[in-house]
Design a protein around this ligand. Structure first.
Ligand code: FMN
Length: 321
């Protein structure tokens, strides 16, 4: 798949996830392989423009982390355009606009999915960013605000007309947050109407959900979020399935090594133990879903008071499991 002139090979993309897809997590995914494009967590366009140190930290990437997409959110077209230009200057291969985030923090300022209810403003932002970004520019959106207002096909069409290079559509609406019943028809409608690449997102967790999504939507690529935390090998699993190969063999030792390696990295990147422990627990919530008897492991990590305790409990779980 190509987004503008950028090759995405394989056509499997790590979803932007706030508080998850930082440099450490993206390194983990890249080491395991099978992912054609990584994305930063969302950052405010205004913060990028103003060179806010915390925001710049959030978009750090390795020299060899290409292709990389930096995602920005906000509602001021001028600030968004300047932030997008900054993302490009920093070295992003692709700049992505967030029209999908349901988080209160973002919607409270009428960014993210709130913009689906303000198509005229969404268009102003898209136009301003398109003019500012000299390379590939994509937009990620939900199906609509609520099940009665699924306007992703119209918004996506507007994006294409304004020169956007690709769109990602998550089948849920804003009000469904992470619930709702899986419906892929909106993504299929978007794909049908557009000539630019369309990427499907939402509940792709393994080879069978990936193949089903591709078949039901005819989309060009797949974006995977929580499935990648739960099973960082999911990209390799899907990549293998796409060419008819068997999935990679992942042992309990592999899972232990990856989790402990990731925890070690976290310890070096967080300034406080509390921060590191919080991130460990957040990742554990999803990661343990991919581990047999993982609930026991999750509870053990959640009841840890220190980083050392969490690591020791991971070792004990795998040693006795
Ligand atoms: C912890 C978390 C943080 C997220 N942060 C972002 C974000 O920064 N930007 C964004 O566009 N979507 C964000 N999302 C939504 C995901 O990118 C994705 O659209 C959603 O989780 C559905 O895909 P999945 O079912 O594969 O997880 C986030 C989701 C989660 C679970």
């Amino acid at each position: 798949m190509y987004i503008g002139k950028v090759t995405i090979e394989p056509n499997l993309i790590l979803a932007p996830m706030e508080g998850v897809t930082d440099l450490t997590f993206r390194r983990l995914i890249r080491q395991i392989g099978g992912c054609g494009l990584t994305c930063t967590e969302f950052v405010p366009g205004r913060g990028l423009r103003d060179h806010i140190p915390r925001v710049l930290e959030m978009v750090q990437f390795d020299e060899d982390e290409h292709p990389l997409s930096i995602q920005v959110y906000g509602r001021d077209p001028v600030a968004m355009a300047e932030g997008a230009r900054m993302a490009r200057d920093l070295g992003a291969d692709i700049v992505d606009l967030n029209l999908g985030c349901p988080s209160r923090k973002v919607c409270a300022h009428s960014g993210g999915s709130a913009l689906l209810r303000e198509p005229a403003l969404a268009k102003d932002i898209v136009c301003a960013m398109r003019t500012a970004v000299d390379g590939p520019f994509t937009v990620k959106m939900r199906a609509g605000w609520d099940p009665e207002h699924q306007n992703a096909p119209e918004i996506a069409h507007m994006c294409e007309e304004e020169g956007v290079d690709g769109v990602t559509v998550h089948w849920r609406t804003r009000t469904e947050r992470f619930g709702g019943t899986r419906r892929l028809d909106v993504i299929a409608t978007v794909k049908d109407r557009l000539s630019i690449p369309v990427i499907a997102n939402g509940d792709i967790i393994d080879a069978s959900s990936a193949l089903h999504t591709l078949e039901a939507t005819n989309c060009d690529g797949l974006m995977i979020g929580r499935g990648a935390i739960r099973n960082p090998w999911v990209f390799r699993e899907i990549e293998a399935a796409l060419v008819g190969h068997a999935p990679p063999l992942v042992t309990a030792t592999d899972r232990e090594r990856v989790l402990l390696g990731y925890y070690r990295e976290i310890r070096t990147t967080f300034r406080t133990e509390k921060g590191a422990l919080g991130r460990m627990k957040k990742i554990a919530r999803y990661f343990t879903e991919g581990v047999p008897n993982g609930r026991v492991l999750r509870d053990a990590i959640w009841h840890s008071d220190t980083v050392e305790e969490a690591e020791a409990r991971v070792r004990l779980f795998f040693a006795t499991g």
